[in-house]
Design a protein around this ligand. Structure first.
Ligand code: C2E
Ligand code: CA
Ligand code: CA
Length: 426
């Protein structure tokens, strides 16, 4: 094997004296490619609640812990094994192995070493492991894969290590493809607002609808938002996608108003990422003005998590939007994304009871909970709508308890706007 020279200006000189991430990538790639007969793996360690050490103990204690971990890693640093301190509480090790059990043993040793460090509370290390698929795999890719495996168990105290596997690889490929294709998708009209009608369960009459985005992808077919929205929330592009959907809805309502056709309120979804967008409120007001759509025809659906960043600013924005004439609806009530606090403090007109509350409504306990929640919401003078009604039993129970508006597959699934239009025109 060729001797490996350190890049002089990047010699490890920091707190722990381990390799920098850059040197680790550079030297790791060289080692893996120069020993094709040997199998290698990269382990990435991260501690989910490391910040608590700095906050509840002291910065010195935090540094002490990092040096303690680094000492453990350093004791393996020889021959084909490299160790690195990427940043804060993230460490990595490249190691040769013959049996996977050796990797598991190493992950467990890292855990027990960290557990032995004296702290007043439990810290949660997670180790992600990526086995080099071939000798020409760059170490930085392997680090990404090991990090992905690590993140899949981060914060779960029962899981100590995870291997990067085929399923994660496919997920990663899909995320990359979504990131690559979404902008073109927006520009070429692949993103379409569908509408799911809301009905009055007593009469089955349509009382409004919710806009739900669909991506009509040229090769992957129709992709449901559950697949691509989480990816777009990570990179912020959800803001642009929402804007595309909002524009389609405003423009459609506007056309119908001009043609003198029947119009009912449509709900649009507001991703929690908008709380980072300073012009979010103005965008909605501008759309209403530009398309000459009265705000009373548009309901803004959002979850409590939207308020969690910038609480005061968001509260103010929602109040202003409500004063302007939009209705505010709290989505997914009861899922943890939306809770009681929001009812007390936030300017909410309507509450959407999550499907989870009625899934097992045959159960007496579920009935007691639903009963009391609806009673409370009525006392608070909130409009109630129930999501995910699928059976006549659920419908009858809800109507008996004076919840009349619903959205669910028992009545309609989300449909292209043209289909929704023909329902309205019937
Ligand atoms: P959501 O806002 O809670 O929307 C309701 C979801 O429940 C929709 O799924 C709808 O198809 C589904 N649903 C309605 N009735 C039933 C039922 O009876 N049974 C079952 N099993 N499901 C029912 P969809 O369209 O897949 O959307 C999933 C989520 O993606 C939405 O949940 C929303 O959080 C998000 N989303 C959809 N469109 C947009 C959008 O334009 N912008 C943003 N930010 N998020 C969106
Ligand atoms: Ca919604
Ligand atoms: Ca919902």
């Amino acid at each position: 094997m060729q001797p490996i020279e350190l890049i002089p200006e990047n010699n490890p000189t920091r707190l722990t004296g381990l390799l920098t991430r850059h040197d680790f990538h550079h030297m790791g790639t060289k080692i893996i490619s120069s020993c094709p007969e040997q199998t290698f793996a990269i382990l990435v360690l991260d501690i989910s609640n490391f910040k608590s050490v700095n906050v509840f103990c002291s910065r010195e204690k935090g540094n002490e812990l990092l040096i303690y971990i680094a000492d453990f890693f350093r004791s393996y640093w020889k021959d084909l094994t490299l160790v690195s301190h990427f940043r804060a509480d993230t460490f990595a090790m490249l190691m040769p192995f013959t049996d996977q059990q050796e990797l598991i043993n190493m992950a467990l040793k890292i855990h027990s070493h960290i557990e032995a460090f004296n702290l007043p509370f439990k810290i949660l290390p997670a180790v992600g492991i990526c086995i080099a698929p071939s000798p020409d795999t760059p170490a930085n890719n392997m680090c990404d894969y090991a990090t992905m495996a690590m993140k899949s168990i981060k914060g779960k105290f029962y899981a100590k290590y995870a291997f990067f596997d085929q399923r994660m690889f496919e997920q990663l490929l899909m995320e990359k493809q979504i990131e690559n294709d979404i902008i073109k998708g927006m520009e070429t009209g692949q993103l379409q607002a569908y509408i799911q009608p809301k009905v009055d369960m007593r009469t089955k009459e349509i009382v409004g609808g919710e806009a739900l985005v669909r991506w009509i992808h040229p090769t992957m077919g129709t992709i449901s938002p559950g697949k691509f929205i989480p990816v777009l929330e990570k990179n912020g592009l959800i803001i642009d996608v929402d804007f595309v959907v909002w524009k389609q809805i405003f423009s459609w309502i506007s056309n119908r108003l001009k043609a003198g056709q029947k119009v009912l309120p449509v709900s649009i979804n507001i991703s929690r990422m908008h709380s980072y967008d300073p012009i979010f409120k103005q965008r909605l007001i501008d759309l209403s003005g530009k398309y000459e759509v009265p705000p009373s025809l548009v309901v803004l659906e959002l979850t409590e998590s939207t308020f969690l960043n910038n609480t005061t600013i968001m509260y103010q924005s929602m109040q202003e939007l409500k004063d302007y004439g939009f209705s505010i609806s709290m989505d997914d009530f009861g899922t943890g994304y939306s809770t009681m606090t929001m009812l007390k403090d936030q300017p909410v007109n309507e509450v959407k009871i999550d499907k989870g509350f009625i899934d097992n409504i045959e159960d007496i306990h579920a009935q007691i909970i639903l009963n009391n929640i609806t009673r409370m919401l009525k006392q608070l003078e909130k409009k109630i709508i129930v999501e995910g009604v699928e059976t006549p039993f659920q419908q009858d129970f809800l109507v008996q308890h004076e919840c009349f508006d619903a959205q669910g597959f028992l009545y309609y699934k989300p449909m292209p706007i043209t289909e929704y239009e023909s329902l309205l025109d019937q």
